[in-house]
Write a protein of this length. Structure first.
Length: 195
């Protein structure tokens, strides 16, 4: 019984990825162009997330600064929200939900890009970061679940929403990791050419 449940996780994850390819390929393509435009014009990527998506934001930034699958020069990217001292200071002052927004305010510039990640549930800290990014004339790529959740409601026509068509946070996170890898591969392909 336990083994069947484990196998079902694999089947569900694979089924979602197969079902989502037609829905997600165009938004991923658009996001890759926005990401490449930011990087080639000297901008930087600020990546943030809520809940389990914090780790995906850190992973995305690491893949851009380090490398994905090929050696290349480092690209400017920062994962927001990883500063425990800042989080503690803002939490003590009652501004914990503003941590990401304050970092975007301090680090973001016109031409930069905010990669905002949520599984689709309410993410007030990420929403606040998107609002500040818009104020600073930054592009936004939102990775979310289902129909975009709260994040889709604050995006502009120039932003890109990649909404994984599922409600389960675990499945959404798995698909979002694949999306991040697609974005990194596309950037490398455009910057370095084919293998």
């Amino acid at each position: 019984m336990l083994e069947q449940r484990i196998q079902q996780h694999f089947f569900d994850s694979a089924d979602l990825k197969y079902a989502a390819v037609d829905v997600l390929s165009r938004p991923i393509h658009d996001a890759a162009h926005a990401l490449l435009g930011c990087i080639t014009s000297g901008g930087k990527v600020l990546a943030c997330g809520s809940g389990g998506a914090v780790l995906l934001a850190q992973h995305a930034a690491a893949q851009l600064v380090g490398q994905f699958e090929r050696e290349r020069p480092s690209l400017a990217a920062v994962a927001l929200g990883a500063d425990a001292a800042l989080l503690n200071a803002l939490a003590r002052s009652g501004q914990g939900e503003q941590m990401l927004a304050r970092q975007v305010q301090a680090l973001g510039h016109p031409g930069d890009l905010l990669l905002a990640i949520s599984t689709g549930d309410s993410a007030p800290d990420v929403l606040a970061a998107i609002e500040v990014a818009h104020d600073k004339e930054m592009a936004v790529i939102a990775l979310t679940g289902e129909a975009g959740g709260d994040l889709a409601g604050v995006l502009t026509d120039t932003d890109v929403c990649i909404a994984v068509p599922n409600q389960r946070a675990a499945r959404v996170l798995e698909a979002q990791l694949l999306v991040i890898h697609c974005l990194c591969d596309t950037v490398d392909l455009q910057l370095l050419g084919d293998h």
